[in-house]
Write a protein that binds this ligand. Structure first.
Ligand SMILES: [Zn+2]
Length: 296
């Protein structure tokens, strides 16, 4: 009995928020608590699909649908105490983009989701990771300016260690990664969460091949509510245009929000945005091994 209560208490606090700290967690379950926690300034943001490189086995329609589903898992977490479950955080699907990952302080931006057909070409793209999320934030306030997701995509010519992604309700290819599971995890990073040490949570850092974990646990939801506590009124007006305008055109045309651009005053200040790889690797193949170890 005592053990069960203890386990429940630990699980309730297993989530971990990303912070401005340069310190990186080195062990599974370790949570860096120094620095300012990260989060979006408003309860409204958007994402854009990268226009090319979507594998045929996925297709643009399924990519778009699953990305939106994954965002909604987070956006619909009810953090209110009255139990009405009002949605107050909105993530909208912006127009697709040609802009790759990264933040442009001088121009337009997009929170880009892309299938990357090369990997391991720098320290960010670690071998074996299924996907990463790269966040750019204000190093003084923790405000997230930009967050981009990259998927480690199998390519017969350029990335034979990449992954196949499944968009089916049930993953039939035993070696494929469930795209909705991966996107839901990465959108947790997008929101400002780091890894949880609850091995049932979406934010647990590892996933086995064909493993499905699409639904948030209470731990994931508690993490979301810690970053974005209840607001009295839902965010009815959501203009999810990134700082500098939304980048959608190959020729650099900028879509602005009709005078309501969210261009930040902070960029005119001496504060420099600090781009980091937010430690967001999802490793393959080790989950079952770990379970077996724990069971023994
Ligand atoms: Zn991760």
């Amino acid at each position: 009995m005592g053990f069960a209560v203890l386990a429940a208490a630990l699980d309730a606090n297993a989530y971990c928020r990303s912070t401005t700290s340069r310190q990186r967690s080195t062990a599974l379950g370790e949570c860096v608590r120094t620095g300012i926690p990260l989060g979006w300034r408003s309860r409204c943001t958007g994402f854009s699909l990268y226009r090319t490189g979507v594998p045929a086995e996925v297709g643009e329609a399924a990519f778009s649908r699953l990305a939106l589903t994954a965002t909604q898992a987070w956006a619909r977490v009810p953090c209110d105490q009255d139990g009405l479950g009002q949605q107050y955080f909105r993530v909208v699907a912006n127009l697709p983009t040609w802009q790759l990952s990264g933040y442009n302080a001088q121009g337009q931006n997009a929170n880009t989701l892309s299938f990357r057909h090369t990997w391991n070409d720098n320290a960010i793209h670690r071998p074996g990771a299924i996907a990463i999320t790269i966040a750019t934030f204000d190093s003084f306030t923790g405000e997230i300016y930009d967050a981009d997701m990259e998927l480690n995509t199998f390519d017969d010519a350029s990335n034979r260690d990449g992954f196949h992604f499944s968009v089916a309700p049930v993953v039939s290819d035993p070696g494929a990664a469930d795209l909705q599971t991966i996107l839901t995890h990465e959108f947790g990073h997008f929101m400002g969460l780091s890894h949880s040490d609850n091995d049932r949570a979406v934010m647990w850092p590892e996933a086995g091949p064909s493993e499905i974990r699409r639904d948030l646990t209470a731990d994931d939801a508690a993490g979301m509510c810690a970053i974005y506590p209840e607001q009295n009124t839902p965010n009815a007006r959501c203009i999810a245009v990134p700082y500098g305008g939304l980048s959608t055109q190959a020729d650099g045309t900028v879509v602005t929000a009709g005078g309501c651009s969210l261009r930040p005053g902070a960029l005119a200040s001496p504060r420099a945005p600090l781009a980091v790889f937010a430690a967001l690797a999802l490793l393959r193949g080790r989950r079952r091994e770990r379970r077996a170890t724990r069971a023994s």
